[in-house]
Design a protein around this ligand. Structure first.
Ligand SMILES: Cc1cc2nc3c(=O)[nH]c(=O)nc-3n(C[C@H](O)[C@H](O)[C@H](O)COP(=O)(O)OP(=O)(O)OC[C@H]3O[C@@H](n4cnc5c(N)ncnc54)[C@H](O)[C@@H]3O)c2cc1C
Length: 266
C-alpha cells in the first residue's frame, strides 16, 4: 500500500466538499471493493473520505409505503432489521446471503451500488423493486442508474446518501452463487407490485438488466411454471471460465422460478 490522506467527516456535505475540491479523492465505505483495488494498484486515490460515521446515512426507516436504507448501512444490518424483514422480506433475505459474515458486517448498500459490480446482488433488488437512489444532489430512478460494467450515473464527487424501496406485494431473489465469493454467477430478483411485475438479472451480462420476455410472462401469470416456460437468448450474455452464455441463459428462468418460490414463502 502507498500513503494517502484519510478523513472521517460527520456530515455528508463535508464529505462531498472534500471530493469536490480534490478530484483524486474517493469515498470509503467498508472498503470491501476499494481496498483490494488499491492493494492491486488499480486505484491510487490521494485521499480517502470515510462515510461510515455520517449518522444521517446509517438509518433504516419504513414509512408511507417506502423502505429507506441509509447508504452506509451494512448488509448484516439490512439482513437482521426487523422492519426490513417485515416490510420487504425478500430484500433482507438477499442481504443475508451476500458474501460471508465478515463481508456483510463491512460492506454497505451505498458502496455496492456505487461500485456496480456486474455480479453484485443489490443492483438486482434496486432495479426489480424500482427503487430510487438518493444522492447529495438529486434522486436517480433505478432504470437510469446502472449504465454498464462498473459504471453508474453518479458524478465523480456525487455521494449516495440513501436508497428508497417501494413496498412490493411479493418479492424474492435467488442466485446461483460462485462457491468461493458467493457473488452471483447469475442472480434473479422478481417483484410484483402495484405497478406490475419487474424482474432484474445480475451476473449474466455486463450490467444488471430487466429481461422483458420474463416480465411479460410473469405479468400474465406470476408462477414458477410461467417463469420456466420462458426462453432467454444467450446472445448478449457473459461467457467466462465459470459458465458459458448458454448455461447462464438456461439459469435465468430456472432462478426466476426459484425466486418466485422464495417470494411466496415469506
Ligand atoms: C469476499 C467477498 C465476497 C463478496 N460477495 C458478494 C456477494 O455475494 N454479493 C454482493 O452483492 N456483493 C458481494 N461482495 C461485495 C460487497 O458486499 C460490497 O458490497 C462491495 O464490495 C462494496 O463494498 P463497500 O460497501 O465496503 O464499499 P467500498 O469498497 O468502500 O467502496 C466501493 C466503491 O464505492 C464508492 N462508494 C462507497 N460508498 C459510496 C457512497 N455512499 N456514495 C458514492 N460512492 C461510494 C467508493 O469510492 C468505491 O469506489 C463481496 C465482497 C467480497 C470482498
Amino acid at each position: 500500500m502507498y500513503t494517502f490522506d484519510y478523513q472521517r467527516p460527520g456530515q455528508a456535505d463535508a464529505a462531498v466538499a472534500v471530493l469536490t475540491a480534490n478530484g483524486d479523492a474517493k469515498y470509503l465505505a467498508g472498503g470491501q471493493s476499494l481496498l483490494p483495488t488499491m492493494r492491486l494498484r488499480l486505484a491510487q486515490p490521494s485521499a480517502l473520505v470515510d462515510v461510515t460515521r455520517i449518522a444521517s446515512m446509517k438509518d433504516i426507516t419504513v414509512s408511507g409505503g417506502t423502505v429507506t436504507i441509509g447508504a452506509a448501512v451494512c448488509h448484516a444490518r439490512v439482513a437482521s432489521s426487523a422492519d426490513v424483514k417485515k416490510a420487504l422480506p425478500g430484500l433482507a433475505d438477499l442481504a443475508g446471503r451476500i458474501g460471508d459474515r465478515q463481508v456483510r458486517e463491512r460492506g454497505t448498500i451505498g458502496g455496492s451500488l456505487a461500485n456496480d459490480d456486474p455480479a453484485a446482488c443489490y443492483p438486482a433488488a434496486v432495479l426489480a423493486l424500482n427503487a430510487t437512489v438518493v444522492t447529495d444532489r438529486r434522486r436517480i430512478a433505478a432504470d437510469d442508474f446502472f449504465l454498464g460494467m462498473y459504471e453508474t450515473a453518479l458524478q465523480p464527487d456525487e455521494l449516495i446518501t440513501a436508497v428508497e424501496f417501494p413496498l412490493a406485494e411479493r418479492a424474492g431473489y435467488e442466485k446461483f452463487r460462485n462457491p468461493a465469493s458467493h457473488f452471483a454467477l447469475v442472480g434473479v430478483f422478481v417483484a410484483k407490485g402495484v405497478t406490475g411485475v419487474r424482474v432484474a438479472v445480475t451476473g449474466a451480462a455486463a450490467s444488471v438488466f430487466r429481461p422483458t420476455e420474463l416480465e411479460a410472462a410473469l405479468s400474465k401469470d406470476f408462477s414458477v411454471a410461467a417463469a420456466r416456460g420462458v426462453k432467454i437468448s444467450p446472445d448478449t450474455l457473459n461467457e467466462d471460465m465459470h459458465a458459458s452464455a448458454e448455461y447462464r441463459a438456461h439459469l435465468i428462468p430456472v432462478l426466476a422460478g426459484r425466486a418466485i418460490e422464495r417470494a411466496n414463502a415469506f
